[in-house]
Design a protein around this ligand. Structure first.
Ligand SMILES: [Zn+2]
Length: 133
């Protein structure tokens, strides 16, 4: 299978502060983070498109018992980006003890940070973060 956008290209974009997603030629949905097929119609006629990096926080949880290698507490959130896709990531720049329902509906800006590799991964990768705006 030929990929329109590889994981390495996506990671290199994040390093440069660019958010690369996929636009579907069949239904116009934007898929982000990128995957092999369109998130809406499973189409494979996809083109690389830039994501603006803004969204709305839809839900979150505070992690207090973390997997090995992670330091709790931290906030994991689901954000609906302006292009329509829902994205998971860590909400940063907030004290997890201050996280409450007032976060729902807040505007956020996307960023990324390095997640250290562990025994379940192939090494360090960049992951999506969110900051309140
Ligand atoms: Zn589609």
């Amino acid at each position: 299978m030929k990929y329109t956008l590889t994981f390495d290209q996506y990671q290199q974009g994040l390093e440069k502060g660019e958010f690369l997603g996929l636009s579907c030629s069949n239904c116009n949905a934007v898929t982000f983070p990128p995957q092999g097929v369109c998130r809406e119609c499973s189409g494979t006629d996809l083109e690389v498109t830039g994501i603006k990096g803004n969204g709305t926080l839809r839900t979150f949880t505070v992690i207090r018992v973390a997997p090995e290698g992670k330091r709790p507490p931290y906030v994991v959130a689901m954000v609906e980006i302006d292009e329509g896709a829902w994205v998971i990531g860590n909400l940063i720049d907030i004290n997890p003890d201050d996280a409450d329902m007032g976060l729902i509906g807040r505007s956020v800006k996307l960023g990324s940070q390095v997640a250290k590799g562990d025994i379940y991964s192939t090494g360090d990768t960049r992951v999506i973060t969110f900051s309140l705006i």
